[in-house]
Design a protein around this ligand. Sequence first.
Ligand SMILES: Nc1ncnc2c1ncn2[C@@H]1O[C@H](COP(=O)(O)OP(=O)(O)OP(=O)(O)O)[C@@H](O)[C@H]1O
Ligand SMILES: [Mg+2]
Length: 387
Amino acid sequence: MTIMAKKLPLARLGVVGGGQLARMLAPACNNHDVQMIILDPYYNSPAGKVAFDQIEGELDDPAALQLLCERSDIVTFDLENVGTDILVALADQGIEIVPAPAVIRLIQNKFDQKCHYRDSGISTAEFTDFTEKSSFSDVEAFGLPCVQKTHTGGYDGRGVHIIRSIEDWENRLEPPSFIEKFIANGTELAVMVARRASGEIVAYDPVEMVVDPELNLLDYLIAPARVDANVLKLAQELAKKTVESFATPGLFGVELFLTNSGDLLVNEVAPRAHNSGHHTIEACVTSQFENQLRVCLDLPLGQTDLQGYALTANLVGEVGYNGRPVIEGLDEFAKIANSHIHLYGKDECRPGRKMGHFTLVGDDHNELIRRLASIRDVLIVRGDTPQ
Ligand SMILES: Nc1ncnc2c1ncn2[C@@H]1O[C@H](COP(=O)(O)OP(=O)(O)OP(=O)(O)O)[C@@H](O)[C@H]1O
Ligand SMILES: [Mg+2]
């Protein structure tokens, strides 16, 4: 056996975007003596604050992206809304970019993404393009209710509009967009998948995204999802097949619907770390961030096994306040066993803004849900100025 020597530091890892996902990649980089360099429009972004180095620049500015590539050995992403044309050109010149920017470009356009699933034999909700000429009767003929989605630019539910009636039609989104079948009373699942250039691939246990039925907002994530073992296995297989269809190394979050008739459909894929993998930091043998780094360094992937049940909830800015962030209830939170907080280091708090998250680990789903309720009573992040 030949054992290869690697020089330390191992690499300079450029990250496009300095949000919380890149910030949570930092511990894995530090542990591996990898120097993380952040490109973000804001100096001292959440990840910029903890990085080895930072570059201030827009994420679609060719010069800034080129500079990041020049200063890095490998480049990866915190988000997908980035300038891909220049990155595709740089990848063609031999710069190592993970995942391939051509795949980021495909994923950026939800309609192209859906066509890719259809062409690759990956189940997804039925859909059709929606043009300026489309009328309400076309939508009725497709079937109501349906969901209108913009081709590009949507995130956190912006760019998604449910059409149930003529009133909803009147408030339709601007083109270009498409419509897809509304999945009634489905369960939302997500699977994190890491794939190495060699084709080595691992999937985490599927998580269940529990949506608040009144606010129609993500309430919390629970791992593993409360569905049959067989469904968990099928969801992992579908997620792996989906990631394999992109034929690139990377870490991906695969969002799925489990319909009430038991079918699994791919909703969309994020070509990066994802909030459905935050619990992996404390609850899995290897975190999603460590596996993202291992993919970038082309190291054998770490085990994904869950070491208990986990629940993750976002900490969002309290309604009624703006300004510098303050946190209430941290002393009470710190007394609760096996409960882990992550604050993202954002300088400004606004109502509904994601300021952090916490993960609860235990051996019973119901106990985690009860623990969540008691934490929500005390733990609050808000701005320091009443609106
Ligand atoms: N076909 C559908 N049927 C029912 N609900 C849907 C459908 N498509 C989307 N939704 C709901 O809208 C949410 C947001 O949709 P989607 O994931 O496509 O958009 P997004 O803006 O990328 O969201 P996010 O950034 O939160 O992942 C989904 O998580 C789901 O709750
Ligand atoms: Mg989504």
